[in-house]
Design a binder for this molecule. Structure first.
Ligand SMILES: [Zn+2]
Length: 414
């Protein structure tokens, strides 16, 4: 325990170092700096009654995670996760682009992320195919970039939530979970989540198989004890963001607007869920499976959690009036429209992966697309993280698909 010392315990730092490995550069976030993030961590310290340690990773895997069982409560956060959350947020809310383009951009972004995650899992072929499928799409547009520190003028509900929801969720994993909601409620919620999915309407045999998967694995993500831990962390994140937004915006002479904050909380939760679904897709591909079983399981857990986040945020931010309830309903409809477009992009990505076109075909299509100089520049930008990682893993002597992609296809963009 390092309360008062202001320094993480050496064992904490050793464990972080082992978890992250030698590749990315990282450091504990310096809370003495007067930044909005410090304001978030101050609030977390008060709630946990312990000094939180935020490990700030430059680049690396697009990950955010908690390390428990250490002398300090730790959350690890990479700049890649922040960037990715910003990009996904834009895809949901940016209505300047027509729907077809946003859907295609979502497909491409998701495939690029899946490629990178698959590569980190050692699945070279799956990674190479995913990146080729991403390049083979139609629409181009520069990637969204997130400013790496908050300007006071930009400290609105959207930015505070983007910067604090994910880390607050991870620190929420340091809150003891208790026994609420009870197992029976959560088991029922999982069954209902499958029954509500349009893709599973009338598919009782498929639903039964999905439920068997949960029962057969004591550590399955949709077992009650694991769902409960996520709900506790989500609840902690909602409270933290609301408090932090109040403090941070007050410093700039502003007060958070409840409807805007509710909107951002729901979006932030959707983004986290989307990154999780990319990770489960990459895991399936790494095992040589089609992604749909894993994704349906991920989707069930995420939909239970989204309902909870919406309820908790609406309760904490609203006055329970009819006017507020109507505003919440309108906001949910609005987000659902944007989310529907990105979810369609995700479905397109899964379909592309499942279609099993030959490696040769994928390579020729990608080559054709990259003849256009504009597209080459954009592809280079979008695949920077993937290429950097892949270059460390292949040599010119390799003759697999990944080597072809790096030395032959993407080299075109150099
Ligand atoms: Zn979590």
């Amino acid at each position: 325990m390092s309360v008062g010392s202001g320094q993480p315990h050496p064992r904490t730092l050793r464990e972080v170092s082992e978890t992250l490995g030698p590749e990315p550069s990282w450091a504990p976030y310096d809370r003495s700096r007067n930044t909005p993030l410090s304001a978030v961590l101050d609030y977390v310290a008060g709630s946990l009654q312990r000094e939180p340690v935020l490990i700030w990773v430059n680049g690396g895997s697009p990950a955010v995670l908690a390390l428990t069982g250490l002398p300090d409560p730790v959350a690890i956060w990479s700049t890649r996760h922040l960037e990715l959350s910003g990009t996904l947020r834009e895809l949901v809310v940016d209505r300047r682009l027509e729907e077809r383009m946003r859907r295609e951009l979502a497909r491409r972004t998701i495939l690029t992320v899946v490629a990178e995650l698959a590569l980190r899992m050692g699945a070279r072929d799956a990674a190479a195919r995913s990146v080729l499928l991403a390049i083979g799409g139609d629409v181009v547009r520069p990637q969204v970039t997130v400013a790496m520190d908050l300007e006071p003028s930009a400290q609105d509900e959207a930015y505070v939530t983007l910067w604090s929801f994910a880390i607050a969720h991870e620190f929420g994993h340091h809150v003891p979970a208790g026994a609420d909601p009870p197992d029976s409620v959560l088991t029922g919620a999982v069954t209902e989540a499958f029954q509500r999915m349009p893709a599973l309407a009338g598919e009782s045999a498929v639903i039964a198989t999905l439920l068997d998967q949960v029962r057969a694995d004591p550590e399955h993500r949709n077992r009650p004890h694991r769902l409960r831990r996520e709900l506790v962390a989500d609840g902690f994140a909602v409270e933290t963001v609301i408090e932090a937004a109040g403090r941070i915006m007050k410093a700039g002479g502003r007060t958070p607007r409840p409807g805007f904050l509710l909107h951002e909380l729901c979006l932030a939760h959707y983004q986290i869920g989307l990154v999780e679904r990319c990770a489960s897709m990459a895991r399936s591909l790494a095992r040589g499976e089609i992604a749909s079983w894993e994704d349906l399981q991920a989707l069930a857990g995420i939909s239970i959690r989204s309902q909870f986040v919406l309820g908790a945020a609406a309760h904490l931010l609203g006055d329970g009036s009819e006017r507020w309830e109507a505003a919440v309903g309108a906001m949910v409809d609005d987000i659902s429209a944007g989310v529907g477009v990105v979810d369609s992009g995700l479905a397109d990505a899964m379909l592309a992966v499942a279609q099993r076109s030959s490696d040769g075909q994928l390579v020729s299509v990608a080559r054709l697309r990259l003849r256009d100089p504009m597209r080459r520049a954009l592809v280079r930008q979008q695949t920077t993280a993937f290429s950097r990682l892949a270059r460390q893993m292949v040599t010119p002597a390799d003759d697999d698909l990944l080597a072809t992609v790096i030395f032959d296809v993407l080299e075109l963009t150099a």
